[in-house]
Design a protein around this ligand. Structure first.
Ligand code: GDP
Length: 449
């Protein structure tokens, strides 16, 4: 719902403030999440509510909002939160590149980044983008409608993309008189489906994004029968991926080799997993050569230790063969190197998958030429059946073998998103045609480790 008023300064909440925002709340952990649901399930309203309750809306925006709410918003309410987010969305649509809007807010305990993905089916691509970096997904269901095909589709995708914290938010409880039976029936329905697709655990909450029930405190007086946490309590307490990533074995895809002069040769990149310190033995893949870390350098100087999520330059004690696209890892527990894989693909292009044709496959900092074989099956998201498929079309999810022309350093997506997630790019149009997850290798490369 667009308004003519352009006083919603998107940059006040988005672009320039990001640095300041991250700086101010540096000591807090950050949780990334996405909201999923069909159109009108209440995603914008819920995000608007969260921004409002965490005071991320500025006074002038509030004034504009309450004025707009009176004229175009849902009748009888002081503030229509959807207007805030939809107002931003309308502006966003003027741009051409950003499909997923990221919004920031924080509470006393944590900072949050929420990816707001449009709900139409053709926007699967946006959802995949948002979900691939998310710790948690809020799956919204309209209490009057229950679990729909979209609910299943989004849940399945979130699960495939490795999100292990699923929140089933049964929204618009105010429109069903906060009836416990309605909530229980939807939860029972979802439980059966979740089991089918392997979701082992999820948290269900009865909420009203509009009225604010069970958003910041729980139970709301309208749902005395509910004994779980409020949405914010839950968001503040679940484990975040960066904490988990730091505990894994060290891996850093090399973004570039930093060689300002003959005396200095450093390998720069973002640490995907684990920790590293000077003196640690490391291995470069695919060469398999080993060395030890001499120093870890950042713009702020040298570090005694660096962990997952940090961008660093690492120098080594020996001159070893290592270039852009290679992976530095802990010496005694390296990832695999292979050139044939089984992968799960989410097809995102209008044009169908062309079996046997060469696409660019981009996995982190590695780019290789790769072909996709005829799919083993595609998944019917209504029934979760595996269907025979000759190809994959827009929004199809399928499993196929992928062959690359050069060895790829990888880990199964389940183990590591950064070393298991990839995209396929059309070599002629340069468009991204699919997102994929490597399940396992079919043929390991012959190399040293
Ligand atoms: P989106 O398309 O998922 O972003 O949905 P919106 O947030 O735009 O909401 C769609 C409509 O549902 C709007 O008219 C909202 O005011 C209304 N709505 C959203 N959440 C609630 C709720 O909890 N209770 C009620 N009564 N209406 C809601």
């Amino acid at each position: 719902m667009a308004t003519q008023d352009t006083s919603y300064e998107t940059d006040a909440l988005i672009a320039e403030d990001i640095d300041a925002y991250l700086d101010t709340h540096q000591h807090k952990t950050m949780l990334r999440f996405i909201t999923c649901g069909s159109v009108d399930d209440g995603k914008s309203t819920l995000i608007g509510r969260l921004l409002y309750d965490s005071k991320m809306i500025f006074e002038d925006q509030l004034d504009a909002l309450s004025a707009d709410s009176k004229t175009v918003g849902t009748k009888g309410q002081e503030i229509d939160f959807a207007l805030l987010v939809d107002g931003l969305a309308a502006e966003r649509e003027q741009g051409i590149t950003i499909d997923v809007a990221y919004r920031f807010f924080n509470t006393e305990k944590r900072k949050f980044i929420v990816a707001d993905c449009p709900g139409h089916e053709q926007y699967t691509r946006n959802m995949v983008t948002g979900a691939s970096t998310a710790d948690l997904a809020v799956i919204l269901v309209d209490a009057r409608k229950g679990v729909l095909v979209q609910t299943r589709r989004h849940s399945y995708l979130c699960h495939q993309l490795g999100i292990r914290n699923i929140v089933l938010a049964v929204n618009k409880m105010d429109l069903v008189d906060y009836d416990r039976q309605v909530f229980d029936d939807i939860v029972a329905d979802y439980t059966a489906f979740a089991r089918e697709i392997g979701i082992q655990h999820f948290t269900a909450l009865p909420i009203s994004g509009f009225k604010g029930d069970n958003i910041t405190t729980a139970p709301s007086e309208n749902t005395p029968w509910y004994d779980g946490p409020s949405l914010v309590d839950h968001l503040e307490s679940v484990e975040v991926l960066s904490e988990v990533a730091a505990e894994k074995p060290f891996r850093m895809p090399v973004q570039w080799v930093n060689r300002p002069d003959l005396d200095f040769r450093g390998f720069s990149g973002l640490i995907a997993n684990g920790k590293i310190a000077p003196g640690d033995p490391v291995r470069a893949l695919p060469s398999g050569k080993t060395s030890t870390v001499k120093s870890i350098v950042t713009y702020d100087g040298e570090l005694d230790e660096a962990i997952a999520g940090q961008s660093v330059t690492i120098t080594l004690a020996d001159e070893i063969d290592c270039s852009r696209g290679d992976v530095l890892c802990v010496a005694d527990d390296p990832p695999e190197t292979a050139d044939q894989f089984e992968a799960t693909l989410v097809w995102m292009a209008d044009e169908d998958l062309s079996v046997g044709r060469a696409y660019w496959l981009k996995l982190g900092t590695q780019t290789v030429s790769a072909t996709v074989q005829q799919p083993k099956y595609r998944v019917d998201v209504n029934t979760m059946d595996h269907l025979a498929a000759k190809s994959l079309g827009l929004n199809d999810i399928g499993v196929a073998e992928v062959y690359s022309d050069k060895p790829l350093v990888f880990e199964p997506y389940e183990k590591s998103r950064s070393l298991g997630g990839f995209i396929l790019i059309d070599k002629i149009t340069n468009a991204t045609v699919a997102a994929g997850m490597l399940n396992f290798s079919l043929r390991r490369s012959q190399n040293v480790h």
